[in-house]
Design a protein around this ligand. Structure first.
Ligand code: PHB
Ligand code: FE
Length: 329
């Protein structure tokens, strides 16, 4: 099975010699061969490993362009304006800016969404799952062979209130296709006992977050487990490298629940290194709104990402009405 190509997507009529179609979006073009993805724009061109490109593209598609900036690497990426998206090359890279080789186009979200989905589907071979740890999936490389549409169209788990509250998303279980991950075999699977006051039986819910996360099949893909106004708890399981460099448009908090993640923190706009953060279980940190970051997890670990989903924040921060840091000590 593969996805239909909607009319808004500009795709070559024929596949290339390696079996992949070529795409264009505005003045950008996209081509892949056995090993690499090639991107061109009016002032330059760029090459990425096909597996790194597909892992980043998968996140951008699944998160619908996320908060702020999704850098695929130091050159290419997207910035979300929540309705439109800037697709850029070299825009957040000091050297490209100084050489005046940077370029971007602002694109209606549905058009870039459909184009990215089509590229992801056309370029993902059978056996390669861009969401999976490299240890748990096949290779992205080679001439085109088959598809993996089921893997790349997974629905992101998002609770409307809290996981396990009546009417909401079912808990992950063996029965619904979520066995305990090989790296979390030691995580207890007991669920909390609920003793509600009479009359409140249907209104009190609880679940073991550790047991829930131990059954996640994907890496670097936060799921929303609770929503309280704009406060979103988005825990995730991590292994290997966050496939994007995330440029924040708001403060976000990290709570390290298990194992270890190393973060490289850079200036959001120019890319200079600002900090290295090593987080161990129980560590809490806030990432400021003017940085970008990429995480490295040597062993599958559990991370709670706490987001403020308020749509007012990017403008408040960009106009200086709200600081880029979270607290005054
Ligand atoms: C982040 O950019 O803050 C982020 C993204 C995905 C994750 C964890 C953190 O899995
Ligand atoms: Fe982030």
């Amino acid at each position: 099975m593969s996805l239909d190509t909607p009319d808004v997507v500009v795709r070559s009529a024929e596949a290339n010699a390696q079996g992949y179609h070529e795409f264009s979006l505005g003045e950008f073009t996209f081509r892949r061969d056995e090993f690499f993805a090639y991107i061109t724009w009016p002032t330059g061109s760029h090459t990425m490993s096909a597996d790194a490109f597909l892992r980043a593209l998968q996140r951008d598609v699944a998160w619908d362009f996320f908060y702020g900036i999704v850098n695929f690497d130091g050159v290419f990426g997207t910035m979300n304006h929540y309705g439109t998206v800037d697709m850029f090359a070299g825009r957040y890279n000091d050297a490209y800016r100084k050489a005046e080789l940077d370029y971007y186009e602002n694109i209606e979200t549905p058009k870039i969404r459909e184009t990215f989905k089509s590229i992801l589907d056309d370029w993902t071979n059978e056996g390669f799952d861009p969401f999976a740890s490299p240890h748990e999936t096949g290779s992205a490389f080679g001439i085109r062979h088959g598809t993996n549409t089921d893997a790349i169209t997974r629905r992101r788990v998002a609770a409307a209130r809290m996981v396990n509250v009546p009417g909401d998303e079912a808990l992950r279980s063996d029965e619904n296709g979520h066995p305990v991950n090989r790296m979390f075999a030691d995580v207890g699977q007991d669920e909390p006992e609920i003793e509600a006051e009479p009359g409140f039986e249907g209104e009190v819910a609880a679940f073991s977050l550790f047991a829930y996360l131990s059954r996640s099949q994907v890496t670097w893909n936060p799921s929303v487990v609770s929503v309280c106004k704009d406060s979103l708890f988005c825990p995730t399981t991590e292994e290997y490298i966050l496939p994007i460099i995330h440029g924040n448009d708001r403060v976000e908090w990290f709570v390290q629940l298990s194992d270890e993640i190393h973060w490289d923190v850079e200036d959001r706009d120019a890319g200079g290194i600002r900090a290295r953060v090593v987080m161990r279980p129980g560590d809490v940190c806030a990432m400021p709104a003017d940085i970008r970051h990429q995480g490295y997890a040597p062993k599958r670990s559990m991370l709670l990402v706490w987001e403020n989903g308020s749509p007012a924040l990017p403008d408040l921060i960009a106009s200086g009405q709200t600081p880029t840091y979270p607290a005054e000590f």
